[in-house]
Design a protein around this ligand. Structure first.
Ligand code: BG6
Ligand code: MG
Length: 220
């Protein structure tokens, strides 16, 4: 029995939200806008371009296209300086065990992430070779909650959507998985991810028995 397993990256495999926070805060404060942890929460799963649009809206700031693009580039340069220090120790608890279980069972695994830095990050934490396909921000034109990223990920591992299982930490990502007609597994707070088919706090709560059961489920 086989299913297609699709993993989001940020917040599921690694906790990069803290680095996004530092980089967005520096950018926002630099143009006189406050930026809180609470606002950072609302940027989870949101593409880089949409994130900057939201921050400008919150701060009631409008920019020329040239300045907008300059800030986008600066944000990423700053973010990449944090990514540069990452290593295996930043892989979230239970993730390697789950990935290894699926690999041992010969299940295909794809990445479905909004990030344009996914290969860089997976390389840093030494997980790139565990994925059969990488579909990320460079491969899609529509951001989550649009299902494009997950539909492309399913195609890349040759599975129909209803036989795919998505692990996601963001509300937009859970909605994208549901719209793609895939099984959505939330990683985080059940009260926030209430649209998911099932929610776990983190991968340490996901048993190998549960993963085994997923091999015979189909989204209905
Ligand atoms: C998502 C993150 O995975 O990727 C967002 O949750 C981020 O916070 C988005 O903005 C885009 O990432 P990047 O690395 O291309 O700026
Ligand atoms: Mg995420």
């Amino acid at each position: 029995r086989k299913r297609g397993f699709i993993f989001d990256l940020d917040g599921v495999i690694v906790d990069t939200a803290k680095y996004h926070f530092l980089a967005w805060k520096k950018l926002a404060n630099g143009i006189g806008i406050d930026f809180t942890e609470h606002q950072n929460e609302q940027l989870k799963g949101v593409s880089r371009i949409e994130s900057l649009k939201k921050i400008l809206k919150w701060g009631k700031v409008t920019l020329s296209e040239a300045d907008f693009n300059k800030l986008m580039a600066e944000k990423n340069t700053n973010y990449l300086s944090y990514i540069a220090t990452m290593d295996e120790s930043e892989i979230l608890p239970g993730v390697i065990k789950a990935l290894q279980y699926l690999i041992d069972k010969k299940q295909p695994i794809a990445l479905g992430s909004a990030s344009k830095n996914s290969v860089e990050i997976l390389n840093k934490v030494n997980l790139l070779n565990r994925f059969d396909a990488i579909i990320d921000g460079n491969a899609v034109t529509k951001a989550k909650p649009d299902p494009e990223v997950f539909l492309k990920a399913a195609q890349s591992i040759h599975f129909s959507p209803e036989n795919c299982i998505v692990f996601e930490d963001s509300v937009a990502g859970i909605q994208a998985a549901n719209r793609a007609n895939m099984i959505s597994i939330g990683i985080g707070e059940a009260s926030i991810l209430n649209e998911a088919d099932v929610v776990f706090k983190d991968f340490t709560e996901i048993s190998t028995d549960f993963l085994e059961k997923l091999l015979s489920v189909t989204k209905s």
